[in-house]
Every structure is written in C-alpha cells, then in structure tokens.
Design a protein around this ligand. Sequence first.
Ligand code: ATP
Ligand code: MG
Ligand code: FE
Length: 343
Amino acid sequence: EIILAIETSCDETAMAIVKNGRELVANVVASQIESHKRFGGVVPEIASRHHIEQITVVLDETLAEANMTMDDIDAIAVTEGPGLVGALLIGVTAAKSLAFAHQKPLIGVHHIAGHIYANRLLQEFSFPLLSLVVSGGHTELILMKDHGQFEVIGETRDDAAGEAYDKVAKTLGLPYPGGPYIDKLAQQGKDTFHFTRALLNEESYDFSFSGLKTAVMNTMHNAKQKGEQLSSEDIAASFQQSVIDVLVEKTFRATREYKVKQLIVAGGVSANKGLRKRLEEKFANEEVELVIPPLHLCTDNAAMIGAAGSIAFQQGHRAELDLNANPGLSLEKYAKRNKNIPS
Ligand code: ATP
Ligand code: MG
Ligand code: FE
C-alpha cells in the first residue's frame, strides 16, 4: 500500500510517501529553525503560522517528488500527538481534509511510535526488541514484543536528554537547537569535569538529566565568579560523556535482561556522533543487532509516520473524520487502542 504521511507536531512541516511500510518514495521536511532561533526555542504561535503557510507547498512538493497524484495514495497517516496542540492541529486538519476530499482512509499515529518505526525503513524488525528513544521531549526504554505494541520499561524522571542538551547549549551561548553544537564541541574536548552519572547504579531503567544540567550550570557560574576561563570544549565533552555513559550502560543492561534480538535507537539525539560511536563499540561483540537511523531520519520527519502508519493500516486501525489533535497522547494508550482493533 502507498501511504501519504503528515507530521507537524513541533517545528517541522513534513510530508512523505511510504510504500509497503518500508520503502521511502518521497520525503520533504520544511524546517522552521531559522524563525525560532532568535527566541532560543520554539514559539508555539509562530510554529502554527508556519505550518499553515507551508502545508500545501509541502504537499505539492511531496507528490511531485514521488511523481504521483492523490489517486495513487491508499491512505493518509498523520501525527495526532504528542506535541504542540496548535501545531498538531494543522497537520490533523490537513489530513482530514485530504481524506474527506479524496475518500481515503485516515490513520492517527503516535509521534514516538514514528521515531521508532523510522528504523523499519532500514531494517525489518525482529521481536522482542528494545528501543532507546532519545529526543527533545522523551528519553525512554521501550520493549516491543510485536508490531504496534509498546511497553515503557524506563523513562526520564525530569528532563529529556535533548532538552538537557538544549539547555546546556543555551548556557554556553550556543544557538538553538543546541544538541548538534555541543556534539561538535565535545569532539574537541575531554571529560575533565566528571559530572554525576545520575541513577547509573540504580536498578531501575529510569533516567534523570536535570541534576547534570544544574551541575554544568553551577560549574560555569562558579568559574565566572572567580574570573576563571573554562574550556567550552571540555564542558561539552564532560556533559556529553555523562549523558552517554548512563544511556549506553542502562540500555546495555536492558538488552541483556529482556534478551532482545534488536536494539532500535530513535529520536533527535540519536544523531549524536558520540552516542552512535559508543553504542557501536558496546554492541560490536553482542548478539543483539544494533539499528540506528541515518541522520535525516533521526530528527522529526514524516517518513517515520508513514512507516508506523503502515503497520496500523495493516492491523486494520482507522481514524474517523472526528480525529482530533491529542497533545498528551501516551504510547501505552496508543498501543492499547491498536490492540483493541481486530485486523
Ligand atoms: P519529541 O520527539 O520528544 O516530541 P522533538 O520532536 O522536539 O521531541 P526531535 O526532533 O526528535 O525532538 O529531536 C530534537 C532534539 O534532538 C533537540 O533537543 C536537539 O538538540 C537534539 N539533537 C539533534 N541533533 C543532536 C546531536 N547531534 N546531538 C545531541 N542532540 C541532538
Ligand atoms: Mg524538531
Ligand atoms: Fe520528535
């Protein structure tokens, strides 16, 4: 089947066409980063306005890239949540309008299910699998025993990894979003500060990054008061090392405990060079197969929504035209809903 997918949960207006859940036919992402940069973060009203301006442009571009018309499309998948309500609404409204006008089935997709399924464009899933989701708003370890089924076995108790990256970057005076800038600086520095490795020795698979963020800020503040000049490279490297140590170690333990066949890495922070390298080293001699998306599928895109939407479509899940934006939709609720629908 051929799915047109729409993603507008944050500051990317994105559409894609995905064939049979695994083949990417077209992928268009209109980023708004430049418009939000001077505010140091995403401004919801500005995001919504951009989505409105971009959505038909992106649709035309996506169909043109695929050399298709709406007649070629079998179903429309859209991110229904979580995300910014005003931003989600633009995508959901566009999807409903297209579904109604062209009489196509409609599928609501969870944004994080999308991040995970981006990997299925590379590699077929084999269950049970573990997914490490590290994004701007989420840091979770998710166990999947089957398609569409998500069990959260660990999550952050405060900041998400990407959020910590962006906040620390701001303190260092780096542009938004700061993740890629810290990543770059970190490669030129050393872990000289040895910041805390939060919850590393706890048995749970939960994470915590707000203490680390505060430790970095305090270190910089104290140095400033003493008139000392700290190396941004070493700060970045020390922060990144702490994040990676905890992420990789806890993920490693979970792959062993749950005896998974695959480790699927997902979300914007999976673009991090240091994290990718450490995961590759750690799992080089393990039986579990490591799957990490290419850089353009790590951050927000609609290809991932098409990939997740394809599974929901095949499982018989359909949304009605009263589908609404669902800014707080949990992965577990989404999984339960998928389960209730006979295929
Ligand atoms: P969510 O998916 O949880 O709703 P989101 O959609 O805003 O949040 P993503 O688009 O998946 O998040 O990822 C964006 C995040 O990824 C930002 O916090 C950004 O700083 C971070 N990021 C991107 N590239 C890198 C990198 N190379 N190193 C570290 N972080 C990165
Ligand atoms: Mg984004
Ligand atoms: Fe995202």
